[in-house]
Design a protein. Sequence first.
Lengths: 262, 262
Amino acid sequence: MTVLTSAQRVLAILGVFDTENLALSLSEISRRTGFTLSTTHRLVNELHCWGALSRHGDGKYTIGLRILELGSLAPQGGQLREIALPFLHDLQHATRANIHLGVPEGHDVIYVESLRARDTVPVPSRLGGRWPMHATGTGLVLLAHSSQEFQEEVLASDLFAYTVNTLTDPGALRRFLAEVRTSGVAIVESQLTYDVMAVAVPIRGPRDRVVAAVGITLPSGSASPHSLVPALATTARSISRALGAPSAAHFTAREVRRAPNR
Amino acid sequence: MTVLTSAQRVLAILGVFDTENLALSLSEISRRTGFTLSTTHRLVNELHCWGALSRHGDGKYTIGLRILELGSLAPQGGQLREIALPFLHDLQHATRANIHLGVPEGHDVIYVESLRARDTVPVPSRLGGRWPMHATGTGLVLLAHSSQEFQEEVLASDLFAYTVNTLTDPGALRRFLAEVRTSGVAIVESQLTYDVMAVAVPIRGPRDRVVAAVGITLPSGSASPHSLVPALATTARSISRALGAPSAAHFTAREVRRAPNR
DNA sequence: GAGCCGACTTCCGCAGCGTGGAAGTCCGTG
DNA sequence: CACGGACTTCCACGCTGCGGAAGTCGGCTC
């Protein structure tokens, strides 16, 4: 039983909140962290005073708005989101599908934006959601454009098979990633959940580094996912340009046409 | 010189990040918190290991994605946002204006969603942004529907005059808030910044408590802001119903018409 | 290249903060 | 009314974290 530093205790308390535990009472927090009630009580109070936790009528605590506020300061989150949102809206309007904007974090992809279409399959993705790279379209795009050593690190890790289609074999994954790099797009079907297919492309930032991926999810077996690639690629390029990616700096045909009017 | 608890130190470090300080080096954090370099170093490291801070190539730290992820678990944030977003999209499409979704936090309103129209006045609002209640349309709506004692508490506090139009006189504010309660809408002009007017209405949740406000901002002097009220009210009611507000539970005229088709 | 400076990292002894046990309060319940 | 569970408060001990100091690294000036 290793002893924790008090900073780690503070973080551990925040860490017990997740999508299945949005509201917890003091003693639930105490049980889940393993801290004594008095310790938990004091720390929770300090977090509450600061606004990191908020307390509700029934005595339960939830993550506070101060955290939301802080989170929006994450450059890969709030900043990127702010820039990308209008383009993502356009894309959603054109395709009427679920749109995701994902960035890498550890071996996972985090969705910093998630536009859910109203009349489509529910998809296990929410803003702030975290999924393993090897099982999602956006994740595979990000992985394909990561450093060689990072890729090997992920390939060597324990790759969970969410469905029978999930790519878990290192060899197959390597081939798939190479294909993503050459074609510029990842198309996967039923890798995370059945009945869902995903199409994703990279977004580049300054120095042309891939900083994010934008993806679309559709019901499995949808008519030619390839037909969505042009719209996706256009969106990705617009966002890349707004982020300052050199390769996206020149005008597209459409914008050249529009330019004289400005 | 009061001494801080270590939980407070941890929070103080997170607290030095704001919209003007998105990326800070170790010694900048040290200076701004007033902690010695060694203390800062250790705490920042623990935060970094946990994912609360991320470290960039230039050695600077920014808020990490783990915080963004956590923040999306705030019920007034992620949850509300998730439900409201489609309705807000529709509203933006109909009005082509900036849309905000605000919730109360202390004496301020926090924007948990901010849809910026592309061709309109830039407005000082971003997701996660915080503004005083008395100076914003959404804030005044929330204040108007707060408890009597909370209102008096705010009125008694130091109300900053952002412009000459900002309501800072307690008497004038009381009258305005009463009007907001009876009319159900707040219309303000140039109270936070010049050249911007705002229209906002309340959103209700379970037990009909006002839990949020949705607002629109337009250039000052726009043709009749009143014409936007029906669209805003419809949006607010749709969101309220989705949140389970009893008063919004019955169908509106439009939906009764549409109902047989489903 | 020498010298300097600032930023960062590491180490360690002292002491002050945090820990957890225990006692106390306030519910709702049988 | 007695019980149990959840929460709150208090305090003395001792362990964790503090900060001074020394060490490392890289960049800038002369």
